[in-house]
Design a protein around this ligand. Structure first.
Ligand code: AMP
Ligand code: FE
Ligand code: FE
Ligand code: ZN
Length: 291
């Protein structure tokens, strides 16, 4: 019997806060025996072309992005930041082009302000250095500042930088203005793509939405939910699986690989081939590329 394909639908490159160039990301995936890979950098599609050009024979590439969004929690308290994975959307769709450009500009300004706050307190970080390393069209993120802190010897790992200095609500944290999640779902769908709620119950990052919000988003056009994710506890995976069964959402699993910015290896978590087919059935945008 042929082995089941290895499918990882959530990975980052140097187009956002990963440490592998898009071509290296594809090579790492190939070396790990990944058959289907999705590149999903935060708020940008600038890594797609390099990843596509690097595809080895028989590997398939989904092109996607992770959209920075904001959502009600379902508890009536203040809104919470959430991430939405969009796959196979037209990258030239005007609303997506405009919103991603707005968010990337906002990300640069926000990271500059965070870096300036730290520099003002005597940390040896320089906004021009932190932002200067960013490739054109790439998304700036806190991991870029975290790396600068590691390089400066302030902390020993990116994780430690988040735990001690860059966590949500830290004195150095500066929020950014994210896209309302309903608008993001509509945008992805009108560009022919399918939307999947990324790590909805990643509690160690902060507050998360109530299950009722996921049910409501499913009715509003959400196509899937990321269940198997390194930041999800076993009981939350079970809850999400039940929720998906009740609402018809497709269940995905992915590594959220970020190269050496996180310890998770590529394809640590994977998606079933049947789930991938259901997701692709919901798309009318661009072709899945094959090497
Ligand atoms: P930002 O997009 O600038 O708000 O930064 C959030 C990003 O930081 C996420 O996409 C993760 O890649 C990364 N991140 C969040 N928490 C941690 C952590 N504890 N360790 C390493 N990376 C993290
Ligand atoms: Fe990230
Ligand atoms: Fe995310
Ligand atoms: Zn991610």
């Amino acid at each position: 019997m042929p082995r089941r394909p290895r499918i990882d639908l959530h990975t980052h490159s140097t187009a956002s806060d990963g440490t592998d160039r898009p071509a290296e990301l594809v090579a790492v995936a190939a070396a790990a025996g990944v058959d289907v890979l999705a590149i999903t950098d935060h708020d940008t599609t600038v890594g797609w072309a390099e990843a596509a050009a690097a595809l080895p024979p028989r590997m398939r590439l989904l092109r996607g992005a992770e959209f920075s969004c904001v959502s009600p929690t379902g508890r009536g308290d203040r809104d919470v930041a959430v991430h939405l994975l969009g796959y196979q959307f037209d990258p030239e769709h005007p609303a997506i082009v405009a919103e991603q450009a707005r968010l990337r500009a906002e990300r640069v300004e926000r990271l500059r302000r965070m870096t300036e706050k730290m520099a003002a307190d005597g940390y040896p970080v320089d906004p021009d250095v932190v932002l200067g390393l960013l490739p054109d069209g790439a998304s700036a993120g806190r991991p870029h500042l975290a790396r600068a802190l590691v390089t400066a010897g302030v902390v020993s790992t990116v994780n430690e930088a988040f735990a001690t200095l860059l966590y949500n609500g830290s004195p150095y944290f500066v929020p950014k203005c994210d896209t309302p999640v309903h608008a993001a779902i509509d945008m992805v769908r009108s560009a022919g793509g399918v939307a999947v709620f990324a790590h909805p119950l990643a509690r160690r990052r902060g507050r998360v939405v109530e299950p009722s919000v996921i049910v409501e988003l499913a009715a509003a056009g959400l196509g899937g939910v990321e269940v198997d994710h390194p930041d999800h506890a076993p009981e939350d995976r079970a809850l999400l699986r039940r929720l998906a069964a009740d609402t018809g959402l497709v269940v995905t699993g992915s590594s959220d690989y970020h190269g050496s910015n996180k310890t998770t290896p590529i394809a640590l978590e994977t998606t079933a081939v049947e789930a991938l087919e259901q997701l692709l059935d919901a798309t009318t945008g661009i072709e899945v590329l094959t090497g």
